[in-house]
Write a protein that binds this ligand. Structure first.
Ligand SMILES: C[S@@+](CC[C@H](N)C(=O)[O-])C[C@H]1O[C@@H](n2cnc3c(N)ncnc32)[C@H](O)[C@@H]1O
Length: 234
């Protein structure tokens, strides 16, 4: 492992805003996020947050929200964690875990909203269950957020967007809004930072340089009868 990475992992081990394996609080966060933030403000998740650009921008724009960025890669989380410390953003934290295990870290109903920003599109058929808008994940989100939980997906991938729209056609949802060209849509308003500038992650900069259009869909998940409780089928 490079020295750079080791230094980042060491910084994460000391950072109050990083929850990761090996820390005493790591296994005890379920139902405890409001206590961690020291307020009762809504908890918003950014799943697959990478370097945390969105988590930071949302935290700065919405001081009355608590943002938790989730990613498996510690060296990426380090970037967001250190930026939050430097910017004095106390309403953002980072959780290092696989998103598949997200229900181990949040109690039912603890989450108000979920953002998915350029998640891996997983184009191979064999990876369909790993797409973050697969019904299996939507059911995780339902349980984390309860009825009406808001979910937002921003993606450069026309394939992931089309797949998501297909999945949503068979789901109990409300308040569906979408665009296949975010930069030509009034929905861009959802993605402006505190200065009114579009929030762009490193991946988005790369995709836009290649001329990709950015797709965006938001919706509220409703809970069909029979899907209450962690044991419900995925
Ligand atoms: C394409 S990158 C996008 C990162 C960031 N949202 C952006 O736009 O720059 C996808 C991110 O998802 C993370 N990731 C992929 N699968 C994951 C999983 N199952 N659990 C946690 N993180 C995951 C990767 O580590 C990576 O940082």
């Amino acid at each position: 492992m490079s020295r750079n990475k080791l230094e980042r992992f060491h910084a994460n081990s000391l950072a109050y805003n990083v929850m990761e394996p090996g820390k005493p609080r790591f296994d005890q966060m379920k139902g405890q996020w409001h206590a961690h933030f020291g307020n009762q403000n809504p908890i918003v998740l950014e799943l697959a947050c990478g370097r945390g650009e969105y988590s930071l921008a949302l935290a700065a724009k919405h001081p009355h929200l608590n943002i938790v960025g989730v990613d498996i890669k510690g060296a990426r989380i380090w970037k967001g964690s250190q930026a939050a410390i430097q910017q004095g953003l106390a309403n953002v934290a980072f959780l290092r875990t696989k998103i598949q295990n997200i229900e181990d870290f949040f109690a039912p109903g603890e989450v108000a909203e979920i953002w998915l920003i350029h998640p891996d599109p997983r184009p191979k058929e064999v990876d369909i269950r790993r797409r973050l808008t697969n019904p299996r994940f939507l059911n995780h989100y339902r349980r984390l957020g309860g009825p009406g939980v808001q979910v937002r997906l921003k993606t450069d991938s026309a394939g992931l967007f089309a797949y998501t729209m297909e999945v949503l056609a068979g789901q109990a949802i409300s308040d569906l809004q979408y665009t296949e060209d975010l930069y030509q849509s009034p929905l861009l308003a959802d993605h402006l930072d505190v200065h009114g500038q579009p929030i762009r992650t490193k991946y988005e900069e790369m995709f836009m340089a290649k001329g990709c259009r950015i797709h965006y869909v938001k919706f509220r998940l409703q809970t069909p009868p029979g899907l209450i409780g962690a044991e419900a089928a995925d």
